[in-house]
Design a protein around this ligand. Structure first.
Ligand SMILES: *Cc1c(COP(=O)(O)O)cnc(C)c1O
Length: 352
């Protein structure tokens, strides 16, 4: 801290992302990356574009990419916004659409970036507790609010909400509803289809999880053109060229190579089902997941102990010390089938 710091920064508690360890021999199951890399066609396009043209700024509007996404989701291009990771879309949504004179609402256990954006942009918020089964109960959100945001499936629980429940929230709540679909590709229904009917809906998606491009930092937001215009106003007051040339190329070729994307997501779902079943046999409680991770706790062994033991065995998962209610849980990213088998055999040794 220094006397030169601004007042907001002095009080700010920044988000801490999961560790990116130097030791590449670790089995890395802590930040929900895809274990299967981007396809050959995507990598080929990135390499082909490593050229002299990189001296030029990229298209500031990312029109090629936005057009491809608009076509993919059957939306007008004015409904599509792209950003440097979906975290940037979320930041712009908080700043441009959720700063109101009433508190916004989100679950007490959810993506821990939300309260950080609220601190940074001085947005009032109220946390709504998950029910006893860790579900989001949307009836609890039908109170005065400046907006509602939650991930679907929720993180770190992995539990999805149904399409119908979200539609009913959109009908019964008049303020903006933001659905963060970072993990939607692993078997959860997207609500992008509802954008045409509800002017209070904005949906964010990411290329980091399902599309295996976390290293390229690409995200998007979809909504009524009026909402997207607000995001463009924030973007163009902050950074005109948020998506670099290679990222635009990579994202477009990923959209074109839907087959590889779908195949990889299906392999992740298959490995998730295997892991769930094996853990249940070893006396773990496993929350029902629609994501590429599971949230689980052992009936008799503490989360911290298991986390440490796994780490000694070169397997890295995520453990949250707080809140207390989740301190015995581990969040385990779904890896390859081989990695899941290794995890299970190490776990059996630990629990012996
Ligand atoms: C990973 C994640 C994001 C951010 O993804 P990026 O596109 O990599 O910025 C957003 N929301 C949730 C819930 C996530 O887990």
């Amino acid at each position: 801290m220094s006397k030169f710091w601004g007042d907001i920064i002095k009080k700010l508690e920044p988000y801490t992302p999961g560790e990116q360890p130097k030791d590449l021999n670790l089995i890395k199951l802590n930040t929900n990356e895809n274990p299967f890399g981007p396809g050959q066609s995507v990598l080929g396009e990135i390499k082909r574009n490593c050229e002299d043209i990189l001296r030029l700024y990229p298209d500031p509007e990312s029109n090629g990419l936005r057009k491809a996404l608009a076509k993919f989701h059957n939306l007008p291009i004015e409904s599509v916004f792209v950003s440097n990771g979906s975290d940037e879309s979320l930041a712009f949504i908080f700043q441009g659409l959720l700063k109101k004179n009433k508190p916004i609402l989100f679950p007490d256990i959810t993506y821990s970036f939300y309260p950080v954006y609220c601190q940074l942009y001085e947005i009032q918020y109220k946390k709504i507790p998950l029910d006893q089964n860790f579900n989001i109960n949307l009836d609890d959100y039908l109170i005065e609010n400046g907006g509602i945001i939650f991930p679907n499936p929720n993180a770190p629980t992995g539990i999805p909400k149904s399409f119908a429940e979200i539609e009913s929230l959109l009908i019964n709540n008049q303020s903006l509803v933001v659905i963060d679909e970072a993990y939607v590709d692993f078997g959860t229904d997207s609500v992008i289809k509802l954008i045409k009917n509800y002017e209070n809906l904005i949906v964010t998606q990411s290329f980091s999880k399902g599309r295996s491009l976390a290293g390229m930092r690409i995200g998007c937001a979809y909504g009524n053109p009026n909402l997207i215009e607000a995001l463009n106003r924030v973007k163009n007051s902050f950074n005109s060229y948020p998506i670099d040339r290679l990222a635009q190329i990579a994202a477009m070729s990923s959209i074109a190579d839907n087959e590889n994307f779908t195949k990889n997501c299906n392999k992740v779902i298959e490995a998730r089902l295997y892991l769930e079943q094996q853990l249940k046999e070893m006396k773990f409680d496993v929350l029902p997941s629609g994501a590429n991770f599971i949230f689980t706790k052992h009936k008799h062994t503490s989360g911290k102990y298991l986390y440490d033991k796994l780490r000694q065995n070169k397997i890295l998962v995520r453990h949250f010390n707080s809140p207390e209610r989740i301190s015995n849980y581990l969040r385990i990213t779904i890896g390859t089938m081989n990695q899941m088998q290794k995890l299970i055999s190490v776990m059996r040794e630990i629990l012996k």
